[in-house]
Design a protein around this ligand. Structure first.
Ligand SMILES: [Zn+2]
Length: 385
């Protein structure tokens, strides 16, 4: 298959590669860092230009290994081992969470097909109906007094020997029978599972990118773009639960925010296709673009707080979202500043360099967003629109 590089702008490619030719010559002379084996690990100075991303990581590079050895290097020690595994483990965490969520937050479609009532939930509601908190909640949303007056009392037949207690108990059971199916109604799940898919795609693409990019310039070119596409997917789909469930009852703002972030994400992916965007000089610009996309999430969060700031679920989900923002912001600072390896070059080549911390912070941020998503589902399942 022809590499995308071959079809890219020849001028920009030449500009990008122009400084590499002397280094290419060096590669053949210096690539004997470890031993004489087939695939030695090499030093930074021996790398071809396209692999030179971080001069503070000095040793243990794989460079242009055969594809088989590159794939098998997932099980060997080099300076990308933890970069691969931090996001591969993150991928499996999110795969497990998706299976868990599918089983515990079934979709509307599954619910319609089964047409069963959740007996556990029904009994819980039945026994807790006397609770003033539950009654207060139901009263404000479904108008409990009217429910009793209009639907329960007119349909009851009273026996002469019935006590007040047994009448009240009967009314309570009738009310429960009416409300239980309403309590089981579910809002659509796709925004939540879109986020889970976006997170898994991002983590898997990132892991593959770190594993395979060293194979050749062609692989590096393609895998880096898949990596940026994955990051954009994670950021865009992170907006979906926030915007969809917060503005579920306001189609104008829901569609406005969702269209904006989707277009922003597509534009970011298109910009990242430009070869010059890959060069080290553009590291701050790359980080900046993704930061802008993430920061734009503050607008719907503030809007949500203005509208629903008095609701516990909204405050809780906002707390998770702020924590997520903190994790991502810290990750971007570490990524852009290349901390801690810039302070002690060569000391964090295998363990502890900035990209590994960046990966861990991304997984932590995505996990807090998952928690926010579960809060949104519970909120809208109970309250509806
Ligand atoms: Zn990475």
């Amino acid at each position: 298959m022809a590499c995308v590089v071959e079809n890219s702008s020849l001028a920009s490619r030449h500009a990008f590669m122009k400084d590499c030719s002397p280094i290419k010559e060096k590669v053949t002379k210096k690539r004997r860092f470890v031993d004489e084996s087939k695939c030695p690990l090499v030093e930074y100075d021996s790398l071809p230009c396209y692999q030179k991303h971080n001069e503070f990581i000095i040793k243990y590079y794989r460079s242009e290994w055969p594809l088989r050895e590159t794939i098998l290097s997932i099980f060997s020690i080099h300076n990308e081992t933890l970069n691969v595994w931090t996001h591969l483990i993150g991928f499996f965490i999110f795969l497990s969470l998706t299976v868990f969520a599918t089983m515990n937050f079934p979709t509307s479609l599954q619910k319609t097909q089964s047409e069963t009532i959740d007996i556990h939930r029904f009994n819980k509601l039945n026994t807790s109906l006397h609770s003033s908190e539950v009654i207060s909640t139901l009263s404000s949303n479904w108008n409990l007094p009217n429910l009793i007056a209009d639907f329960v009392l007119p349909h009851r037949s009273y026996q002469p020997n019935e006590t007040t207690a047994s009448i009240l108990w009967g009314v309570k059971e009738d009310v429960t029978n009416i409300i239980a199916p309403l309590m089981d109604r579910q809002t659509t799940r796709w925004p939540f599972f879109a986020f889970m898919s976006g997170a898994m795609f991002c983590l898997l693409m990132s892991s593959l990118c770190h594993l395979l990019s060293c194979h050749s310039h062609c692989y590096d070119y393609v895998m880096l773009r898949l990596d940026y596409t994955g990051i954009s997917s994670l950021i865009v789909t992170s907006f979906y639960p926030l915007v969809f469930y917060s503005f579920m009852c306001d189609p104008f703002f829901r569609n406005l925010y969702m269209s904006f972030i989707t277009l922003f994400g597509v534009a970011t992916v298109l910009v990242s296709l430009v070869p010059i965007f890959q060069t080290p000089e553009f590291r701050p610009a790359r980080a900046g673009l993704f930061v802008c996309m993430g920061v734009s999430g503050l607008v719907p969060i503030l809007h949500k707080m203005i509208l629903f700031g008095d609701r516990a679920e909204v405050v809780e989900s906002t707390g998770y979202e702020l924590l997520m923002g903190l994790f991502y912001a810290l990750g971007v600072v570490v990524y852009a500043a290349r901390i801690p390896e810039r302070w002690l070059p060569g000391k964090f080549d295998l363990i502890g360099h900035s990209h590994q911390w960046f990966h861990v912070l991304v997984v932590a941020g995505a996990y807090t967003h998952y928690l926010a998503g579960t809060v949104y589902l519970k909120w809208r399942d109970v309250e509806g629109c």
